[in-house]
Design a protein around this ligand. Structure first.
Ligand SMILES: Nc1nc2c(ncn2[C@@H]2O[C@H](COP(=O)(O)OP(=O)(O)OP(=O)(O)O)[C@@H](O)[C@H]2O)c(=O)[nH]1
Ligand SMILES: [Mg+2]
Length: 444
């Protein structure tokens, strides 16, 4: 990955010279929320690391809503020093910049790559990245994400937070169970978006040669986590409390993000087969920080729409399902899609509209694990391009999410978490199936 900092960014970096700790914030149209994130990050740097040389860098997409102006104009470090009664040894530097696209593609990943380059140029020991739509971030998040790097010798700190049971559906249905089953590490939020990274790992990221357009977008988070694992870096988690951010409805908002994350996963799974084929079972990953009790606010999701999308997916993608799934799996998902259609019809036809009941539709854990594993094998065998595989998987993801959200609808957070754990065990139990199909695919 050659250095690609444009001259204007070089100048900004030269002005700062060196730093020990950096907080990076990628943004795109986040004027309404980034001020709080920037202030929390500043306060965290000043309060918890008063002896280090700190820098805050916002990498923005050139947002038309004034996101960058908010960062530059938000209360300066002096304000933080006044309200926290601290006198840091070094002045906090702030940079807000428009990041360059990578091969014509901009997105969160392109923003992060610029942040990596700046972190390397400044020779920081720890880089913390946080999303710009966070409401629940406080100064202590900076300590929790950087502390394990600076004090504990860890290279990668993944977030651990309470999310509403309807939030984080890509994490709950794919990235958590699959990362756990493949690599044997129980990292609960592999694409949480808020991470701590050591200077060594930043250098390792910049030395990789597997960058794709999906990684320039939302593939970045799973790429960071997986690349840390496969590189043999020390990984831990930090207890951050609740994650409150801009809400997303999976059916309406998450299709493209799912595609970018899954496209990245399929390529990484093939590339790093030697790292996961031998792994059986999984173990805990150390968690840093005091326990937190926090209930995130409710998030409404349109389950009826998810059922509809799954049902209609059978018409649009049925042929692809037959090609990419094992025959048993394909037969099963076709029946499930028909079930989903019937459940949706029943709800729509009722005289008085009534909400879907938890028993209205189910997508079993084992069936979902096989779907995901079959797609991994299909990617390896190139039965369809990664783009087409992922497009065909989207309606199946909607179906799985519908089943999961119906099942947890009336459960407490702990109850919902137990369901996600049960599914993760199903992925582990089905792993021999993946391994045997993977090996089969290698035979001529
Ligand atoms: N620079 C840049 N940042 C982006 C872009 N799209 C999203 N982001 C940033 O990426 C971060 C995460 O984006 P979100 O849309 O909140 O993603 P999310 O659905 O909350 O993702 P999870 O936290 O994993 O659930 C935010 O800080 C966004 O500002 C983009 O096109 N360019
Ligand atoms: Mg968000």
């Amino acid at each position: 990955m050659p250095s690609s900092l444009p001259p204007a960014l070089r100048d900004a970096v030269d002005r700062v010279g060196r730093a020990d700790i950096m907080v990076g914030i990628p943004s795109f149209r986040n004027a309404a929320t980034i001020g709080h994130v920037a202030r929390a990050a500043q306060a965290g740097l000043v309060q918890y690391f008063p002896d280090l040389r700190p820098v805050l860098v916002n990498a923005d997409a050139g947002s038309p809503d004034g996101t960058q102006r908010v960062v530059v104009e938000t209360e300066p470090p002096d304000y933080v020093e006044r309200i926290l009664l601290v006198r840091p040894r070094n002045r906090l530097e702030r940079i807000s910049l428009t990041y360059p696209e990578i091969d014509g593609v901009g997105g969160k990943g392109a923003a992060l790559r610029t942040l990596f380059e700046i972190a390397r140029a400044l020779e920081v020991q720890a880089l913390v990245v946080v999303d710009s739509d966070l409401r629940s971030i406080g100064p202590e998040w900076i300590e929790l994400l950087a502390g394990p790097v600076l004090k504990g010798g860890f290279d990668f700190v993944a977030p651990l937070y309470a999310r509403h049971r309807n939030d984080g559906t890509i994490t709950n249905t794919v990235t958590y169970p699959l990362t756990r089953a493949l690599y044997g590490l129980r990292i609960r939020q592999p694409i949480g978006g808020d991470f701590g990274v050591s200077g060594d790992l930043v250098a390792h990221y910049l030395a990789q040669d597997d960058w794709t357009p999906e990684i320039s977008r939302f593939g970045i988070d799973i790429w960071m986590t997986t690349t840390a694992i496969t590189g043999g870096f020390a990984v831990c988690q930090a207890r951050l409390g609740a994650k409150v951010h801009d809400p997303k409805d999976p059916g309406a908002d998450l299709g493209p993000m799912f595609s970018q994350v899954l496209g990245t996963i399929l390529r990484l799974t093939e590339r790093h087969a030697d790292r996961w084929l031998q792994v059986r079972g999984s173990h805990e990953v150390p968690a840093y920080g005091f326990e937190r009790i926090a209930e995130p606010p409710p998030l409404e999701v349109d389950v009826l729409r998810l059922l509809d999308e799954f049902h209609q997916g059978r018409l649009a993608q049925g042929e692809q399902w037959d090609r990419m799934l094992a025959p048993d799996t394909a037969g099963l998902v076709c029946e499930l899609a028909a079930d989903a259609g019937r459940a949706a019809d029943r709800t729509a036809r009722a005289d008085a509209p009534h909400p879907l009941e938890p028993g209205a539709f189910a997508f079993p854990d084992e069936a979902w694990a096989r779907v995901v594993y079959d797609v991994c094998v299909a990617a390896r065998r190139h039965v369809l391009s990664v783009d087409r595989l992922v497009a065909a998987l989207v309606p199946l993801y909607f179906g799985r999410v519908a089943g999961l959200l119906l099942e947890v609808r009336d459960l407490s957070s702990e109850g919902a978490e137990a369901v996600v754990e049960r599914q993760a065990r199903a992925f582990e139990l089905a792993k021999p199936y993946l391994v045997s199909r993977w090996d089969e695919a290698a035979r001529p």
